[in-house]
Design a binder for this molecule. Sequence first.
Ligand code: IVH
Length: 671
Amino acid sequence: MKGSAIEARVRDLREQIDYHNYRYYVLDDPEIPDSEYDRLMRELQELEDAHPELITPDSPTQRVGAQPLKEFTEVRHVVPMLSLGNAFSNEEMADFDERVRKLLKVEQVEYSAEPKLDGLAISLRYENGILVQGATRGDGHRGEDVTSNVRTIGAIPLRLRGQGWPEVLEVRGEIFMPKKGFEELNERARRKGEKTFANPRNAAAGSLRQLDPKITARRPLSFYAYGWGELSVERLGDSYSGVMEVIRGYGLPVSPELKVVSGLQGCLDYFAAMSEKRDSLDYEIDGVVFKVNDLEQQERLGYVSRAPRWAIARKFPAQEALTTVKDVEFQVGRTGAVTPVARLAPVEVGGVVVSNATLHNMDEVRRKDVHIGDTVYVRRAGDVIPEIVRVLPERRPGDAREVVLPKHCPVCGSDIIKPEGEAVARCTGGLYCPAQRKEAIKHFASRRAMDIEGLGDKLVEQLVEQELVHNPADLYRLNKEQLMSLERMGEKSAQNLLEALEHSKETTLARFLYALGIREVGEATSQTLAQYFGTLEALEKADEDALQQVPDIGPIVAAHIAAFFRQPHNREVIDALLEAGIHWPTVELPPEEAQPLVGKTFVLTGTLSRPRSEIKAELQALGAKVTGSVSKKTDYVVAGEAAGSKLDKARDLGITILDEDGLKALLASTA
Ligand code: IVH
């Protein structure tokens, strides 16, 4: 290629990459698979390596360019970064609306509504369309220059799209860490014995305040714009929502939840809807922000001290609360994992009374330095189990006690072992341990396993405690009299349960395998095993080598499966179950040519037009494996509406992403 041709290609590649970033981050509607995006990036990188004189600071290859800093420098905000007034109830919202209406002398006000993101505020300065500075809020007047770190965040464009932007444009918004990324970051830290972050906000703040941008680049941060600061033009529009539309057009992501609502009732409805939606969002929010939408009205309302009169944050109840640790007990799970659980003085967190919190494992207890008697912060987010986030050491009483891992299982007395280098301690009692037995039977009966309707947790506990059931096969030997001897069990419920047990005998091989509760064998693996071996006998005979031939089964899972079937006890239970009449239709092992998707792994995510189970069955019938989480082994991710972190991960790993039409095309091509 000639010099001018190379230059043109470099320009073209940058434009294409910027465009695809825009599709991905702003429109949430990527046009090309990640592999294609990566190919464009690689080509650009190669051309720039060969012609370094063509590198510009706004090139998409230059996100992680800078060397580590010694310290951050100070930035003065010409237009201060303000805070918001809060409303904690609908009454306080009504007061706010009334104040606004009185001051404006109007009957009804139009508000823009959007989630209050739980991250940290940032000001992004664009000059002639190029990102020149990123600064934290600091005290509102002076913040820190975090430009090199901000540049590593994919959602933040290094240059604006289109044309006609003002010479100076400061965009303000929130940098946050999506929930999934936060969980993964903490899980990794936990495994490595490192300190975990208390919540996604701290994780986002900690990541942005790294002196080495390479570290920030590895953290899953994202960004939504929600305002502006210095502008070299008078205005970008007449309304907040209008300006945000313009800003979105410049290539900056704006919350897809942004909506214009009418009057107080509109605000209350939006808040109620967002409270419902909250847990299903990919990121944490701590409320909703309402802003008077008309900019002229905003101006008339003005400011009080450091907050605008035209905006308010309607907050959700706090997700963290202070309480004390009364005791730490040890719970034994289905696989014998011994988990320390803190018994707390009951405290309300986010509208729910919490009296237990998980401590995960002993390493975590040590790291957080939890003692019995300590005052702690507990946190409950969404449907996650409440956690202790941090201890207040200054409030530790003189008689606080250390938490000690017992040597023997608190339930069955068997030895507890904690293999060197592993975080999890285990009871060695196996099915001798009533705790493990209870959990194994609960799992056996669960909906996705044998689906024994009416056999709830409480009932299982009674059955095990009364020694009526020692293993799953015993369930099928129960009679009506035995059942009626249990608490809250009338003749009718006893009869129903017997019928449910009878009904459960008709199952599938995959469900049966899953119900056995073999370690590391979840639903997807059970499906794979059933499809691959076809019969229980074939599976029982398979040694570790044979098991590792099965797609997606590695040495660890293979070892667990082989060990399970080697145990005479397990074989006895299986025989008893079969004798009781459990049966399944023969698994048809389709001829190879009817299974064009053998060896391919799919993940379904987002809202699809048909039930997932239906699509899953269709794919499995063609030999594909359908799993729940995206990994390097995934071949395709089928993404529907509002796909979240799985889609992100797939993109990160460069996995082929299909929409429903893409899937249709793929299936058609295999027919
Ligand atoms: S508007 C003048 N909108 O909340 C108004 N703030 O409590 C400036 N925040 O410092 C803020 N989501 O970090 C606004 N949609 C949103 C927000 C939001 C989160 C944060 C922001 C601000 C703090 C004020």
